[in-house]
Design a protein around this ligand. Structure first.
Ligand code: ZN
Ligand code: ZN
Length: 229
């Protein structure tokens, strides 16, 4: 990676994970003027949701919130014509390097970009850059933060907290695969806290996950079974 530098900004938590955005070095200075957040945007065509970086002007406040990819496109490439949208070429929707952005017609099939494999995600610039932050995996994936999705109201009904998504992103840190429908991913049968897009990711994550995977006693026989895939 010699010869050029990248920036990483922390977006905060979304879909059960701490998310970051990758930027070209020249855009790192945006943190002086903008606040950043991770947003889970539902896909219009019903293909689950995706996590995007959003930015807002610190002086104008959160009403100025817009997606970072649109903001950067407008800054460097000009306006976004009606009927067009900015997408991420490598399928990693928080990788906001200019080279990773392109403009396509809005009605273009969403899954034009092939989902990257686990291996290619491990080697992605996004993941290489996040690792440079020297964040310990435990800080990255503290499961105590994750389970705040659901609480019960006075009548005992489930109430979902909307601050986060009910769709999960694969828990293996380099993987940015997201559920396309609720409970699509299989849950760790031991702790029932984290979800994975597949066995490869689950196996790759196990050396780290096992250090805080605490077995939960099954409440009934259903709890142990994996969700339908
Ligand atoms: Zn995965
Ligand atoms: Zn577990």
């Amino acid at each position: 990676m010699a010869g050029f530098k990248l920036g990483v900004i922390r977006l905060g938590k979304a879909a059960g994970k701490i998310k970051y955005s990758l930027l070209d070095e020249q855009d790192v200075s945006l943190i002086r003027r903008y606040g950043f957040q991770a947003h889970v945007d539902m896909d219009r065509d019903g293909n689950g949701a995706k996590i995007y970086a959003y930015a807002y002007d610190l002086i104008k406040g959160k009403s100025s919130m817009q997606s970072l990819h649109n903001m950067l496109w407008e800054k460097y490439r000009g306006g976004i014509a009606p009927g067009f949208k900015v997408v991420h070429l490598n399928g990693i929707t928080v990788d906001n390097r200019l080279d990773n952005l392109t403009l396509i017609p809005e009605d273009f099939p969403v899954d034009m970009v092939e989902e990257p494999s686990t291996k290619s995600r491990e080697q992605s610039l996004y993941w290489l850059a996040v690792q440079q932050l020297h964040i310990t995996p435990l800080q990255c994936q503290n499961p105590i933060e994750i389970q705040k999705h659901k609480f019960y109201d006075n009548n005992g009904h489930d109430v979902y907290l909307e601050e986060d998504s009910i769709y999960y992103e694969c828990h293996y840190p380099p993987c940015t695969n997201m559920e396309k429908h609720i409970r699509q991913f299989s849950i760790c049968g031991r702790c029932q806290q984290v979800r994975y897009c597949g066995t490869i990711c689950q196996q790759q994550d196990w050396p780290v996950h096992k250090t805080y995977c605490i077995e939960r006693p099954a409440v009934d026989s259903d709890t142990e079974s994996l969700p339908d895939r």
